[in-house]
Design a protein. Structure first.
Length: 85
């Protein structure tokens, strides 16, 4: 919820799993949020920016966390790729 000034006034804003789009509840202690570094495709150096991915405890419990993170990073990389000249 936002006030008249446009500021968030909620005490808790739930996250969504990046892989399944499920809401991550407050009591889901198996969930993780990973920040993956953005790398310049030409130089291979860290640009100072990160991309956040949240994985629910359900995904990790099913042993799909590694596959999900790999697919999410590859999709993010393709989306942000600079076309070759």
């Amino acid at each position: 919820m936002q006030n008249e000034n446009g500021e968030n006034v909620d005490l808790y804003i739930p996250r969504k799993c990046s892989w399944t789009s499920r809401l991550i509840r407050a009591k889901d202690h198996g969930s993780v949020q990973l920040n993956v570094a953005n790398v310049d495709p030409v130089t291979g150096l860290y640009t100072g920016e990160t991309t956040a991915f949240a994985l629910s405890g359900y995904v990790r419990d099913k042993s799909e966390g590694d596959m999900a993170l790999t697919a999410l990073v590859e999709a993010s990389d393709k989306k942000n790729a600079v076309p070759a000249e």
